[in-house]
Structures are given as C-alpha cells and as structure tokens.
Design a protein around this ligand. Sequence first.
Ligand SMILES: [Zn+2]
Ligand SMILES: [Zn+2]
Length: 347
Amino acid sequence: MTEVLEGVYQLLTPFPQYTIEEAQKLRKELEEKPRVTKGLPYVMPYLIKRGGETVLIDCGWNTDDAYKALEDGMREYGSHPSEITKLVITHVHPDHYGMAGKLKQLSSCEVVIHERDAEVIKDRYLAPKQLTAGMEKFMEMHGVPEMSAPSMSQGSMGMLDKVAAVPPDRSVRGGEVVKAGDFEFELIWTPGHSPGHLCIYEPNRKILFTGDHILPTITPNVSIHAQTHGSPLGDYMRSLDVVENLDADYVLPAHEFDVKVLKQRITEIHDHHKARLDEMLRCVDKGGSTAWDVAGRVQWATGKLEDFEPWMQRAAVGETLAHLEYMFELGQLAKVMRGEHQYWIPA
Ligand SMILES: [Zn+2]
Ligand SMILES: [Zn+2]
C-alpha cells in the first residue's frame, strides 16, 4: 500500500491463486526486476479520499483474501469499505470488478461503469450458458478442431463464483467528471482491451489511472470472441493515441507497477503490435488460412499452441483474430467463408 500523493493511495488485492503475502512480495520484486509470473498475482485498486468522498477505482476478485487485503489497505489510510461513496470500474473483467456487488451492498456506493462494458455484464456473469454455446460455434468457425472446441469454450466459466456482479448506478460514455473535493477526475473512453474500458485523468494534479490499457511491461490482451463487434485492436491503437499526449506526472496502472514515461511506453506497445502484425501476415497462406492455422504458426512466449491448455488456446485464437481483423480493416487481408469456416486471404 502506497501513498501516491495526499488523498490518493495505491492498494493491492491478490488474485485467487496467490496469498496476500505472496502478492505483496511480488509487487516489490517485479518493480526491481520485471518477469513473467504464473498468471497475474494482484490488481491495484486506488483509494481517493477528498472532500468527504471516498472513491475507489477498481476493486479485485470477490474472494475473502482480496476483501481482507482491501479492508487492511483502506484501514491504513483511516478508511473502510463500508465508507465508499463512489466505485469507478475501469472495465468489468473479474479482477477489476469481481468484488463490486459486495462493496455495493456494504456501502450503497454509486457504481460507475462505461455503458459498453455494462452491456456485457448479463451475458458474461448472469446468464453465461448461452455465451458458452455461442463460443463453441464461433471457435469452430475459426478452424478450431471440433475435439477441442467444447472444452475450450468453457475456458473461464470456473471463475463465476468469484464475481459478485452488479449493474452500474451511473452508466457513462466518457467525458464525464467524477468530483472528490478539489479533484476532478475525467473519465476517458479507451476501448480495445474491453469495449468500455475507461482511463481516469486528473488534469490539475496530472494523475492518469490507466487500468489495463497501459501497463509497464505487459501488453494487455486484445482479443476477439463471440460477443465482439468491430475491430478491438483498431480501437486499441486509436485509444493509445487518445491518452498519448496527456500531461501526466503519475501514470498508475492496475497491474505490475507505475509506468515511468507514458509516451515511451506507448511507443513500445505500438512497436510490439507492428511486429506482431507483420509476423501474422507472413503466416497467412496465399490461398487462405483460418485463425487456428495462423495461431499455430506464430511464436507464443508460453510455448506451442498444441501444448496449451484449452482456455489458453482460446485466448491465442482470440488474440490472433484481433490482429487479422485489424489487417482486414487496414485493407491488407480479405476474409471469405468456405463452408462453415472463415478464411483470411492476403489482399
Ligand atoms: Zn482486463
Ligand atoms: Zn486486469
């Protein structure tokens, strides 16, 4: 737990597979020497205490350990989860939003979520069966062999018991301001990692909360799945432009550790995707390839596609599709249906 500046505090809640102590230890170690961990160890909510308001940006998974870590962290700054007045969610992924329902019950806080993310709460958390069926068909269409499609599509359903979903009290579009005393937090719509992702900017103190949009060493997963509309990677690249020129002394992400220089980090992320796009384009056959074909040819930091767990294969296909769709948007690829399968062809 760290004081960023007076009234703004960085908290930490562990992921389910880590204890509080392990997560806190990793927070220190990673900043000194960044490395790939076995899944993310923690998420960093931010507490803002100002002018009688107690604002929390993101929370954590709905587990006892994560709640305890939040409670302990808030207590350190003379506060308690029951005193939260506003809960601003950067996006509804379970590590950021999981505890929202519990906190709402405890504090009757105003829950603020972007409308595009609010839209997926029902499908994702309240009636996920249909989503699972849709995902199976979707994976088959993109060339995933039938053998692995059913188990793949159930991938992340095991996390449902760690999410207490709640609808927003205030559904936003970006451009709104959340006030806390003399702090004015501007909500900036940055779609890509999720359709309704929000970054939050305080222009007077030059603070930027980046959620999962910009992390110091990890490039956030940008993926296409059965619920996706349009081109998330195109959105993501445009969302990098949206925050690139903000004047920020504090760039505070939800994972890893603080970002040192915003502009430089954005350049690195651009370079990463440029290289990834080039690589994927080389993996598309002249006669056409499915997303599964391409995913099986590109390099993955974690090994070979065929050795991945089913949920990892699903993530890899989704990430591949985001790149292919972006190249379609740029006019570099065409797409065509052959029978039940979608093929990508160099344009
Ligand atoms: Zn996320
Ligand atoms: Zn996250």
